[in-house]
Design a protein around this ligand. Structure first.
Ligand SMILES: [Zn+2]
Length: 603
């Protein structure tokens, strides 16, 4: 093998991995090595090279000088063979980077493996070595990387990647973790849980995941029922609080709060558990939609800089649309639970004026500088290509189903995109900017190009009431009066050192008209002291149209504001099945979300 890596948790207490990268036939001009600036799936420049603490190079037994030529690239002198040795600081407890302490180690290849430039297509090996010391003797290794001959699955030893892209697409977890195994239509799956979860109900977890995964495989491959990988691994980190995931071709890395996992004796399906299953569903769906079928701009990824695509609304948005929908079809969410979740997304998107200023295509393109770098003005300026994109998926699906009387759906579009990937093989060039509308037409016979364009490249809202009507679902808009500070003032606030601090001020809101800003600290309302917990109580004495005095600190300057409370509270969406729906409406609805259930399988 011309490229071989070794990685060792050299100092868990200092959070340091020790890594070597040996190249047998380096570039005769002087081999260059680069660490990626970002990790695919998370569209932000993260400059992982900043975590390389020290680095040196050997040619044979001779130490040679490395030249650093930009923020993440080094050049070795011309040699016939070269080995780099470096330390990586790993103290980022997220799915995007690397983390190491005495309880476990986790890394993505983008954080730890230098790429020998020009050799990205070469096969490589990785020796995953254990930390030294008896306390680590129960540690195992979980990864989608293939073990080399002589290495046991879940063991320390040598693993193989067909190229650099595969190497960095297989995160590695090591530790004394919980492991659950299950089979999905004859494909082995496993879930690894790191972190303390008392009385984890692994049987329930693997049973529910198996049902969910089977529903997805059958959606993409109704005939062959074959998964696109030989095995699949859910790497899960359980914390007191946290939520997030990152997709890979044959695995995913997840972070969940402990309450998101089932425990023995938990009879009801809790909202936290449904959220965890939604996350697992989302990342699993990505195995087809973005890890294989992908935007043309990602074929191949350029790991040194931003990769702009205007299509994240289809890849992230449609995946978000399907995550809960497929949980519902799998019987893990009830029909009312699904409609409640959908109504929440409609409410969140519609309450933000950002949807009228930025299209989801523009939001996709600018993900690097806007969606991933949100500030206090984000609700006024950045539309989520996840949430609004999922609503575009919903609008498309409902349009197709209604116009074809249930014979076609967005599922057919996803399957055709999938078929295009399978047919293209090594010639796959990705999905071009105009290909979604074309594929919709090919898969359904409907020309929805204008709607798609206005919903994605433009900012037109779909006509939700009209879209739901043929499905026997009533879509109502009611005044959102639950949170008085939001309804009457148009702000979001948070507790900060026992003070009530404004985090967001919405465009066009009474608070903005009066001159209040994000980061102002509210001191008094109507002559009474404001605390983080009593703001809504104080406001509840007032009605729309009243004028009140608010006193706040901006930095250390005390300021007074006269606020005229909103006359029109923002709207909240409600979705309910019309109990008198016609048989045709019921059939359309069942085709869309599955057979009606009054409650999920376990309530
Ligand atoms: Zn996603």
């Amino acid at each position: 093998m011309s490229i071989s890596y070794a990685i060792r948790p050299a100092s868990p207490a200092a959070h340091l991995f020790h890594v070597t990268c040996r190249v047998e036939r380096p570039d005769p001009e002087g081999q260059r090595f680069m660490l990626p600036a970002w990790i695919p799936g998370s569209y932000m420049i993260r400059e992982f090279a900043r975590n390389i603490v020290r680095i040196s190079a050997l040619a044979g037994n001779r130490r040679v000088a490395l030249e650093k030529i930009d923020k993440h690239t080094w050049r070795a002198p011309p040699t016939t063979q070269i080995e780099l040795a470096y330390e990586v600081y790993a103290w980022d407890l997220s799915v995007r980077a690397a983390h190491l302490d005495e309880t476990h180690g986790f890394f993505n290849g983008t954080s730890v493996f230098l790429l020998p430039i020009g050799l990205e297509h070469e096969q490589c090996t990785v020796d995953v070595l254990p930390p030294a010391g008896a306390r680590y003797r129960n540690w195992r290794v979980a990864t989608a990387l293939a073990p080399a001959r002589g290495t046991r699955r879940l063991g320390f030893g040598t693993y193989v990647a067909t190229n650099y892209d595969e190497l960095i697409d297989c995160p590695v977890e090591m530790g004394d973790f919980d492991l659950g195994r299950f089979s999905v239509l004859d494909t082995p799956h496993e879930i690894v849980v790191t972190g303390r979860v008392p009385k984890l109900d692994m049987t329930r977890l693997t049973t529910d995941l198996a049902t969910l995964c089977e529903t997805q495989v059958k959606m993409f491959e109704p005939r062959s029922r074959r998964a696109p990988f030989d095995r699949y691994t859910f790497l899960t980190m359980a914390l007191g609080d946290g939520y997030g995931g990152l997709e890979h071709r044959s695995s995913t890395a997840l972070v969940t709060k402990r309450e998101g996992l089932p425990f023995t004796g938990m009879s009801e399906s809790t909202e936290a558990y449904r959220n965890f299953l939604g996350l697992a569903s989302h990342e699993y769906f990505h195995a087809w939609n973005i890890k294989r079928v992908k935007p043309a701009a990602f074929v191949p990824y350029d790991l040194s800089r931003e990769n702009h695509t205007r299509l994240l609304w289809a890849f992230e948005g449609f995946t978000s649309y399907y995550d809960d929908l497929l949980l519902t079809r799998a019987g893990l969410l009830s029909e009312p639970q699904y409609l409640t979740a959908l109504a929440k997304t409609l409410t969140t998107v519609t309450q933000r004026s950002s949807r009228l200023k930025q299209s989801v295509a523009d939001s996709s393109f600018d993900a690097w500088i806007k969606y991933y770098r949100q500030d206090e003005n984000a609700p006024n300026s950045v539309v989520s290509y996840y949430q609004k994109g999922s609503l575009v998926g919903l609008a498309l699906d409902l349009s197709i189903r209604a116009q074809t009387k249930g014979k076609r759906s967005l599922d057919d579009v996803m399957r055709l995109l999938w078929k295009q990937w399978k047919t293209a093989g090594a010639d796959y060039h990705g999905v071009s900017e105009d290909q979604i509308a074309l594929t919709v037409e090919q898969a359904t016979g409907l020309s929805l190009a204008q709607d798609i364009d206005e919903w994605s490249a433009g900012t037109r809202d779909p006509d939700y009431e009209a879209l739901f009507a043929p499905f026997g679902v009533n879509c109502a808009r009611r005044p959102d009066v639950d949170a008085a500070h939001f309804a009457l003032l148009g702000i979001k606030a948070a507790a900060a050192h026992a003070e009530c601090k404004l985090t967001h001020v919405f465009d066009g809101s009474p608070a903005q008209a009066a001159g209040l800003s994000a980061n102002d600290v509210l001191v008094a309302l109507g002559g009474l002291r404001v605390t983080p917990s009593n703001l809504d109580t104080l406001l509840s004495r007032y009605a729309t149209g009243d004028v009140i005095e608010l006193v706040a600190f901006r930095r250390d300057e005390l300021m007074r504001f006269e606020v005229k409370l909103a006359t029109q509270p923002p709207v909240r969406f409600m979705l309910e099945v019309n109990q008198k729906s016609t048989r045709a409406a019921r059939q359309l609805r069942h085709g869309w979300i599955g057979r009606a259930r009054s409650a999920s399988r376990r309530n």
